[in-house]
Design a protein around this ligand. Sequence first.
Ligand code: TXA
Ligand code: MG
Length: 386
Amino acid sequence: DIAETSADIQRVDQRDIAEAAAMLRNGGTVAFPTETVYGLGADARNTGAVEAVFAAKGRPSDNPLIVHIADLDALDELVTEVHPVAVALMEAYWPGPLTLVLPLRPGVLSPLVSAGLDTVGVRIPDHPVARALIRASGCPVAAPSANRSGRPSPTLASHVLEDLSGYIGGVLDGGAAGVGLESTVVQVQPDGSVSILRPGGITAEQLSAVSGAGTVDNTSAEALDFTPKSAAPVSPGTADLNAADGEFPASAATDKNPAPRAPGMKYTHYAPRGWLGVVDGSSPLRVAERAASLLQAAQLNGEITGLLLFDEHIALYPAAPAACVTSLGSLDSPEEAARSLYAALRRFDEAGATYILAEACPVTGLGAAIMNRLMKAAGGTLIDAG
Ligand code: TXA
Ligand code: MG
């Protein structure tokens, strides 16, 4: 795997890695590239260091961190028994974008890492810089994604600095993250079935190829949603219903206008600063027509509009359907969509977009993770184009 991504390591030399490793050993925080997204690392045994990670991110303390190790040898120290199906999954997909939630061995890690749970999420990242750093530090490295809590995860070192500059020890620049979405988080149940707690870089299809047909449970994905369900659900068609009389909800939260447009807004994840809705429908044409008319109404209402779509559908829209139009690439290449999703969401911020619509995508393969992130970014707002 090192050869495949050797281009990535050119920006980082051994001295950088040694310096970053020393920072980790001394209780500091360092952001580093992984194959999924950039992580913000700290020595998982050091409560002060882990506290600094929560503080830099503004992360609620009831949301546990993933522990990153460089080799399988480091696993025994952290966990007790490991189910044979979990072993098979590690053999198949480590190093790689799969996190296993395992029974925590007491007394080794800072209790903040597991947020008081008796389990810990562990993975071996498939990135030469990440593994060199972990090895050189000699620490199990607790690392959430290196973004401010609620923001899109960072797929470039510059994203990390955008969010966390001044709050962390530094960042190792390994170029663009290859997968672009976080790891899949799973827990193997005593009966050997696999619960997906968060869809991600390893698909349900890949999991069942190892654990057996019919053994993968997708329904617990919300178990990882530590955000309170908003009491008043976001109403999907609000903007649309009110468009006729020119009444759009108040603008999304900004420094000048702190009132969130949708009640669930402050609990969204992966979110751009503007308001975001996901549009789905019975055909691409229905989706495009509905999105185009919503965008037009929003534009008339003074919103700075954004549209996130797929290459195949561009021709279904009128010319310049939004002020900022970004494609996730071809529907045939969900890998490309995953890789570019978070940067695309950040691009809307750069454009100052206040009203953004995103096309839904099929939820097979990586599409499940892409739609999961889009829906979270949208705070659950799904607009049905019929
Ligand atoms: O790809 C990734 O997983 C990235 C890179 C940096 O490795 N990391 C990442 O970490 O996405 P974070 O903290 O942003 O997300 C970790 C997810 C959270 O949803 C958390 O609730 C869940 O994993 N998690 C961690 N430990 C857990 C546990 N013991 N039980 C259940 N969920 C856990
Ligand atoms: Mg995260």
